[in-house]
Design a protein around this ligand. Structure first.
Ligand code: SF4
Length: 329
């Protein structure tokens, strides 16, 4: 790295919130709710990503405590808002990842909303690269990224999995406190595509090695936001942008906006999905309403709201996870 990595916690501007707080003074925390101490909620195989990322043996996923976006309806509320997780260090995270790579044979390393712990992530990858080579590294992000941080991420990431949540600034302001999301996220995705291109096409049974796949979660009551978001993505990146359309929304906590206290309706989904097809996107991963998980194992029952208090937050029965054996949380 070209800069003193951990000093960035002293006046934190790791994400577009740019709080400027000194996270090393542990009583001073920013919007993400986290100090300079790494906190982990789960490390282990995860089967809820799209098929080119999950493969047959799962994605080696790290869920961190805290989040720099903190949407009111977050599906991972326990960790993003409620602070679930325990303190750790980069060397321990590297050890846990090595264990899941060896034991579970995961196809990749997958950091979920890692921006607020970027120095620890880099440190972990520096430790891992001495012993583990060849596994793609996924940055699984909210789209609300700092361009400067993304430029530093380039040398560590192989795959970007960004959301594009909002085209409507007022909705972004109301639900995530960031009216600047639509433009910032679009710029961030453009930088990711510039760095890595589109997610590489995979043959059946193979997993992706490089590229960008954009996700969009349909929010109940706001199909117009989704329609404009998809149109924006299409106009910006064209029909070959790989897209994942998700309909798993569930009100984890009661929402002020009554529309957000229900699942999406079939007619809302059909309107958005129909628009996606009309635009002509060529590679779409779709989670249809009523399917659990992300439509990857339709015959299995994967809860769509994880419970991080459990050793297997996503409920897949057939693979063990490193936290189960090591008491991660
Ligand atoms: S990572 Fe956290 S403290 Fe740093 S700028 Fe973002 S929200 Fe603020």
């Amino acid at each position: 790295m070209k800069f003193d990595l951990f000093s960035t916690y002293k006046e934190c501007r790791l994400c577009p919130r740019r709080c400027g707080v000194d996270r090393t003074k542990r009583e001073k925390i920013g919007f993400c709710g986290e100090t300079d101490r790494l906190r982990l909620a789960y490390v282990g195989p995860h089967f809820g990503e799209e098929p080119p990322l999950t493969g047959t043996r799962g994605s080696g996923t790290v869920f961190f405590t805290g989040c720099s976006l903190r949407c009111s309806y977050c599906q991972n509320h326990q960790i993003s808002h409620d602070g679930f997780g325990r303190e750790s260090e980069a060397d321990e995270l590297a050890r846990l990842l090595k264990a899941t790579i060896k034991k579970d044979g995961v196809h990749n390393i997958n950091f979920v909303t890692p921006d607020h712990f970027f120095p620890h992530v880099v440190s972990t990858l520096e430790i891992l690269k001495k012993e583990v080579t060849g596994l793609p590294v996924i940055f699984n992000v909210s789209g609300y990224q700092s361009l400067d941080l993304l430029k530093d991420t380039n040398e560590y990431a192989d795959i970007y999995l960004p959301d594009y949540k909002y085209s409507d600034p007022s909705l972004a302001a109301r639900l995530s406190g960031c009216p600047d999301y639509p433009g910032l996220a679009l710029d961030a995705i453009a930088e990711m595509v510039k760095q890595k291109g589109f997610l590489d096409r995979t043959e059946k049974g193979e997993t992706a090695l490089k590229g960008v796949l954009v996700r969009h979660l349909i929010i109940p009551g706001y199909p117009g936001n989704s329609i404009n978001a998809l149109t924006t993505l299409f106009l910006e990146f064209g029909s070959k942008l790989p897209l994942s359309l998700m309909s798993q929304y569930h009100a984890v906590k009661p929402q002020k906006d009554p529309l957000l206290n229900r699942r999406i309706r079939t007619d809302e989904f059909e309107k958005v999905y129909g628009h996606c097809l009309d635009l002509g996107f060529e590679e779409i991963f779709v989670q249809f309403p009523g399917q659990q998980g992300r439509a990857l194992f339709p015959s299995e029952s994967i809860p769509f709201v994880p419970d991080f208090r459990k050793s297997r937050p996503f409920g897949r029965p057939s693979h063990s996870s490193v936290d189960n054996d090591r008491g991660l949380c």
